[in-house]
Ligand binder design. Structure first.
Ligand code: BG6
Length: 484
């Protein structure tokens, strides 16, 4: 029997980003508007659940009419569009083996439904992927990371429209052909489960236009799942050397107490989180989901062949984000805390970040083992990290020891999962260079090893500065995590 000694030699160490959080240049070289371009920065004191993330028809109209006076930081990003060479060089200096980024769909098909792609958009990613290859960095490319072209929202209310499947398929085929040989790892939808938590973010769906705001997004999900399988089919035909994975925001639920009622609730909440990977990996809707639909009077519309498509084109690997764990209880009474698009009862055994996200390194070992036991598919951690406030000292240094501590604890637990026998392909830290926060559009919620001089109001020089964690992560990669 082989003795497992730790991370494999070709382990994909690196970091992950999304186009809308880094690129900027939102209206340059033919790019169309996307859902992310409508998300406004709202200072914390004025933020409510309803005025950030989920937009209303009224908000969209006021932005389009030019009457809206707000700032839209995802239109600016960190100007990666013009600074990608310098940024990739810094990632290469850290020894990155892989860099995850998304293609901004509306750069390639500005409204989402054109017949022909925008050459200038394609040419931009040619340059980015070639630069990554120059430094032997493997691009890990997400097709859709919260960037639905606005044209699809206008025409179909985003992924509610069945026709969007065909538009996505055309987009996927276009980029698979164009980047064949340059890109070997693809991901279809970032955190596909978010469509049911934040439909505009996850699929350009405006909830106030839905007859049943809770149930209808499950139809949009069905369209995304079919589209993901069709993209898988297309990749196998176009580039059989490449691999394609799904992506889940893994939200592990622990029971609040050992009361069997709480344990059952945690199991059910976990099932509803794993529903998405169950379909992507096992190729069919699980029974607990059918029961959920029935009990909630949600009727999905299928077309002939949909179920066969889901069954025939399952993924090569499972990628996921992991930031925190959650608690489930039969009664929702008790102190609550914030989280990644979901809040939860507070876990008294865990500390939390400044944004209230509960820090749970052991949880990542648990979810890796559970994934492995359930699916026996390679696993890829494509997001993990600590959003924190960084301070530039008078000597110009940034001593982010809290970030090192967070990451080291998580990577140590991942290594234990590897020793447990789990097949882990790689680890990508979220936001290796500071970027615009997805949930708050802040710059001050920083994840990076590289600081970007820009504040929440958009002021700053955009200068890049290495933080203390830069050399720490470089060492982890150099030693393949052997000292952990
Ligand atoms: C993930 C998203 O859910 O969390 C990223 O895929 C996001 O886009 C990350 O940036 C961290 O969330 P936030 O809100 O702190 O930026």
């Amino acid at each position: 029997m082989d003795e497992n000694i730790g991370f494999k030699n070709n382990f994909l160490w690196g970091g992950a980003t999304a186009a809308n959080q880094i690129e900027g240049a939102f209206d340059i070289d033919g790019k169309g508007l996307s859902s992310a371009d409508f998300i406004e920065y709202i200072p914390k004191e004025q933020r409510t659940k309803d005025n950030h993330m989920e937009v209303t028809t009224e908000h969209i109209e006021s932005v389009l009419s030019g009457e809206h006076s707000g700032r839209f930081p995802k239109r600016e990003g960190i100007n990666f569009y013009h600074r990608y060479e310098e940024d990739i060089k810094l990632l290469a200096e850290m020894g990155f083996k892989a860099f995850r980024l998304s293609i901004h769909w509306s750069r390639i098909f500005p409204s989402g439904y054109e017949e022909k792609p925008n050459e200038a958009g394609l040419a931009f990613y040619d340059k980015v992927f070639k630069t990554l290859r120059k430094y032997n960095i493997e691009p890990i490319v997400t097709l859709s990371h919260y960037e639905t072209p606005y044209g699809l929202t206008e025409k179909y209310n985003g992924w509610m429209g069945r026709a969007v499947i065909g538009h996505f398929e055309r987009y996927a085929k276009t980029v698979f052909k164009r980047y064949k040989g340059l890109v070997k790892y693809w991901i279809t939808f970032n955190e596909i489960n978010i469509i049911n938590i934040s439909p505009f973010t996850g699929g350009g769906v405006i909830s106030d236009q839905l007859a049943n705001p809770l149930g209808d997004p499950y139809q949009a999900l069905h369209h995304q799942l079919v589209a993901s399988s069709l993209a898988t089919k297309a990749l196998r035909e176009i580039d059989s050397d490449a691999q394609i994975g799904c992506m889940l925001a893994r939200m592990k639920h622990y029971p609040y107490t050992c009361n069997p009622e709480d344990v059952l609730k945690a199991m059910q909440d976990d099932q509803m989180n794993l529903l998405y990977t169950d379909v992507h990996v096992l190729g069919e809707y699980p029974n607990y989901y059918k029961r959920f639909l029935k009990e909630n009077h949600i009727e999905l519309k299928f077309e002939e062949g949909d179920l066969e498509i889901l069954k025939s084109y399952t993924v090569d690997y499972i990628s996921f984000s992991y930031y925190m764990s959650l608690l489930s209880a039969n009664s929702e009474e008790g102190e609550r805390t914030e989280g990644n698009l979901m809040n939860s009862l507070k876990n008294p055994y865990l500390e939390a970040s400044d944004w209230g996200w509960q820090i749970d390194p052991i949880g990542i070992r648990i979810v890796l083992n559970e994934f492995w036991d359930r699916y026996h598919k390679p696993l890829f951690i494509v997001e993990n990290g600590l959003g924190a406030k960084d301070k530039v000292e008078s000597d110009g240094t940034i001593n982010d020891t809290y970030r090192i501590d967070y990451l080291e604890k998580h990577i140590t637990e991942i290594k234990k999962a590897v020793l447990d026998g789990v097949n882990v392909m790689g680890y990508l830290a979220w936001g290796p260079i500071d970027l615009v926060s997805m949930s708050t559009s802040e710059m001050s919620k920083r994840y990076g090893f590289i600081y970007v001089d820009k504040d929440d109001e958009g002021n700053g020089t955009e200068k890049r500065i290495k933080k203390k964690s830069f050399n720490w992560f470089k060492h982890i990669i150099q030693t393949n995590g052997s000292h952990l």
